[in-house]
Design a protein around this ligand. Structure first.
Ligand code: SAM
Ligand code: DTB
Ligand code: SF4
Length: 318
């Protein structure tokens, strides 16, 4: 495991983060790129592949999510995948060049019997020589340690948005529940993957608020996924005005500046994003992506398309 990431000595407050968003675009990108180059090779990008190990039927009410049972999105509830299917997918991901394999489950949190099977999956994926990541919802006492002992490297649990906007999107769990799970993950010694979603109709202030909350986590998350809302028909957020792509690039740049040593992942939403916008995101300091045709239930760019984009930009996978 790598060293923990202490917050930078000059941690910015919410007002200062809002001011970053106000900078002229070129000034903001220059600042982000300058910081990015202090800690990372600007032409190298980490790639992770996702697999939904348990799809749909989720009891939670996250307004963006196609997997919530209460919304009619066409995603049906499936059982936990069998171990051999997971191993096969992980092997294919490794073959395609991914270095991390992330297993997602549409749960409020894992039950005891679920965890036994997920632990087997983690150990099997780890033994293929991949880094392992899981996103299973809220964790109870001791579960983070169980996952760690099975070979888990990263746990993904997002704050999603600012504390002020959060209540507009999710009602079945509190912001403090999320912080509590993050604390359990951190104290078990796991790497933290924690980010959020933009394009949900939030204000710029809410985007700054999300980044402020993420940057205050001590240590800062090793990995920060910034998702652009993938609008799915049937979810409450379907039909929201889409976010200006340049505002998305600004969000990436501000995340990079506030969390200089974290991997900032250009996450969901790339399928809907022009290549030039993705290129600007890399320039703004994004240095990780999800790789493979599918995210959890929605479409991601084809591997061939990503390879072609990386070649055009001179990007080399880590
Ligand atoms: N059920 C677990 C949980 O919520 O913690 C893990 C899986 S959940 C799908 C992981 C993350 O995916 C969410 O926190 C959210 O940030 C992101 N996500 C879900 N649906 C999305 C969408 N339609 N567009 C963008 N990101 C989305
Ligand atoms: C994260 O922040 N984004 C990923 C991963 N962590 C689990 C999930 C994106 C899901 C997009 C909608 C879907 O495919 O269902
Ligand atoms: Fe369930 Fe996770 Fe989707 Fe929320 S984001 S509805 S917890 S699968």
């Amino acid at each position: 495991m790598t060293d923990c990431i202490a917050p930078p000595s000059e941690l910015l407050d919410q007002d200062q983060i809002e001011l970053l968003f106000e900078l002229p675009f070129s000034d903001l990108l220059f600042k982000a790129q300058t910081i990015h180059r202090q800690y990372f090779d600007p032409n190298r990008v980490q790639i992770s592949t996702l697999l939904s190990i348990k799809t749909g039927g989720c009891p939670e009410d996250c307004g963006y999510c196609p997997q919530a049972a209460r919304y009619h999105t066409g995603v049906s509830s499936e059982a936990l995948l069998p171990l051999d299917g997971v191993i096969e997918a992980a092997r294919a991901a490794k073959e395609a060049g991914a270095t991390r394999f992330c297993m997602g489950a549409a749960w409020r949190g894992p039950k005891r019997k679920d965890l036994v099977r997920v632990r087997e999956m983690i150990s099997a994926v780890k033994s293929l020589g991949l880094e392992t990541c899981a996103t299973l919802g809220m964790l109870k006492e001791g579960q983070a340690e169980e996952l760690r002992d099975a070979g888990l490297d990263y746990y993904n649990h997002n704050l999603d948005t600012s504390p002020e906007f959060y209540g507009e999107i999710i009602h079945t769990r509190e912001y403090s529940d999320r912080l509590d799970t993050l604390e359990k993950v951190r104290s078990a010694g796991l790497h933290v993957c924690c980010g959020g979603i933009v394009g949900m109709g939030e204000s710029r202030q809410a985007r700054a608020g999300l980044i402020y909350e993420l940057s205050k986590l001590d240590p800062q998350p090793e990995s920060v996924p910034i998702n652009l809302l993938v609008q799915v028909e049937g979810t409450p957020l379907f039909g929201k005005a889409t976010l200006d792509p340049l505002e998305f690039v600004r969000t990436i740049a501000v995340a990079r500046i506030c969390m200089p040593k974290s991997y900032v992942r250009l996450s969901a939403g790339r399928q809907q994003m022009a290549e030039a916008v993705q290129a600007l995101c890399f320039l703004a300091g994004a240095n990780s992506v999800f790789y493979g045709e599918k995210l959890l239930t929605t479409v991601n760019p084809e591997i061939k398309a990503d390879q072609a984009l990386f070649a055009k930009l001179g990007i080399v996978p880590l």
